[in-house]
Design a protein around this ligand. Sequence first.
Ligand SMILES: [Zn+2]
Ligand SMILES: [Zn+2]
Ligand SMILES: [Zn+2]
Length: 227
Amino acid sequence: MECSICQKILIGKFYQNTEDHSILCGRCIYLPVCNVCMKPIPFNAKTIEIALNKHICQACVSKTVLNQEDLREPLEKSIRAIFELYKIKITKLKIIKLMSYPKMLRAGRSISGSPFRIAGIANNENEIMIREGETKVSVLATVTHELAHLYQMQTWGLTKFKSMQPYLVEGFCEWLSIRVLEFYDEMTEAKKIADNPDNVYGLGARSYLQAEKEGRLENILSGGLGN
Ligand SMILES: [Zn+2]
Ligand SMILES: [Zn+2]
Ligand SMILES: [Zn+2]
């Protein structure tokens, strides 16, 4: 039997990947993994390094957002879906741009929650920043989440936006992301957001899904659950 990465015959300890059942030798287990597929990257393989020790393997490059132009498609898809689904129009988006992984990490430190989890930022100057190196489908979700923040600030007003409980603010954005992903048949990604155990993002999303099911869409769009 040989290691699936370095192809050398296994001597001594080896490991089996529980996902795809591939076998790794005692050395390859320590290789850096691709940020997207999580598979070990063979020594000397060509990769795109998005941050120190954060790589995208060649097989994943085509499904990853790595330059500004890659933002166009998820942005257009999101704008189309939120209008078709809920007649939501974002009138004042000034700019949407990619931010490098380390830069987003630094920016995320001033925001509550883990900075590692922050994949996008929207501010009250109508700017959106999206973290580089994420998959196109997760960027579709992130873009929608940040567009939803702009909608909240622009439609509900900053005072209300700032006074609302975090789970109501973030839950709205997550709910909209779920609906947009479903609109494009990205059910796996949609389910991931809906099943998030987090009690701000996950709980918030589920609260809005429930409110929508109970016919309270009007309340949802004007800022709240209506219960
Ligand atoms: Zn190996
Ligand atoms: Zn990969
Ligand atoms: Zn948010």
